[in-house]
Design a protein around this ligand. Sequence first.
Ligand SMILES: [Fe+2]
Ligand SMILES: [Fe+2]
Length: 223
Amino acid sequence: MAAFSENLGGEGLTHWVSKAPDNRRKRLVAKLAYEEFDHGHQIYKLLKDLNVDEKLVNEIATGRAQNSNSIHTSLDTADAIYGDAGELWLDLALHCILMDTAGRHIVSNFAESSYGPWAEASVDIAKDEIMHASFGKHELQICLAEGLSGELLQERFTYWYARSLNFFGPPPGKSARILQHYGIKRKTNEDLRREFQQEIESYMTKIGLQQIMKLNTESYPYD
Ligand SMILES: [Fe+2]
Ligand SMILES: [Fe+2]
């Protein structure tokens, strides 16, 4: 699931290369996309060492594998994670701030995993996710300086905030207990979601935008 969603993250970003307003940002977005594919590559490689090839990983992630006994919730398509990526540069900025920070919380949990090679790879991946969110924060400041209607900002923020909260998956069930028992995932989706919310809340307070942290639905699936 982790490898598959890193790959999707890369694919989502490639569409933004042609939309980037200047060469500096085209290069940066292309670099971000490369890093997401590289995160995927690192995890696919670890799985290959366990005799699970990329094709099977993707079939398990999308729920298409026969008799896989997967304990994961499957993802139907890229839309399951990213959905409509929006059209505005503001969308990319919010995507990087929210989705990459959410990704970093998820990956940091893997960095505590009882499976050493995965834990080791996750430490480096989490560092990249911090950079990706920083890029988004910088771009959001530019969007704000260029003038933005409060209504539009509110609408796009709610969209991405809900999406990033859903990114953690459903509240813990049977699979969470199994993963915790073996030390694969130390914290549950709910623990991670709360930690993420606290971090975003303190960031939004710092930039004076805490008043736009509104959701239409306050529980999973968020909206
Ligand atoms: Fe990533
Ligand atoms: Fe990222």
